[in-house]
Write a protein of this length. Structure first.
Length: 132
């Protein structure tokens, strides 16, 4: 089959075609590719690091009147995760950078919200009069 193939790319000979194809990584699922390339410990660490902010974003979206930026970031990250299940987007630097940038923005937004609620709760507790 390969012997009779004539490449349609200029400058690519038949002898160069087969080694080039054999070097290609063509996993369609990025998460399987990460598992195979980097091993189980890093895979578990990476999946945990991705899933915690996204799950917190989903839980924030279920509350009444969620902030619009949390809804948008969570939606974008979930659609990118679905995209990574069927296409190797994490191997493209711009897509990978965008995904991790959005993940960082969601994490920063969640941390800022949690610290502001914790600080507001401690301020209210400090200003309450003591009950007799």
């Amino acid at each position: 089959y390969v012997e009779s193939y004539v490449p349609s790319f200029p400058g690519l000979s038949l002898e160069a075609y087969q080694p080039m194809v054999l070097r290609l990584k063509s996993f369609d699922n990025n998460f399987i590719s990460i598992l195979v390339d980097l091993g189980l410990p890093f895979f578990l660490l990476y999946i945990t690091a991705i899933s915690i902010p996204i799950l917190k974003g989903i839980s924030r979206c279920r509350r009444p009147h969620p902030p619009a930026d949390v809804r948008i970031l969570t939606f974008l990250l979930l659609t990118m995760l679905v995209h990574f299940l069927i296409y190797d987007g994490l191997y493209y630097p711009t897509v990978c950078f965008l995904f991790h940038l959005l993940l960082g923005l969601l994490t920063a937004r969640i941390i800022r919200t949690e610290t502001s609620h914790n600080m507001a709760g401690s301020d209210m507790a400090a200003t309450r009069p003591a009950q007799a």
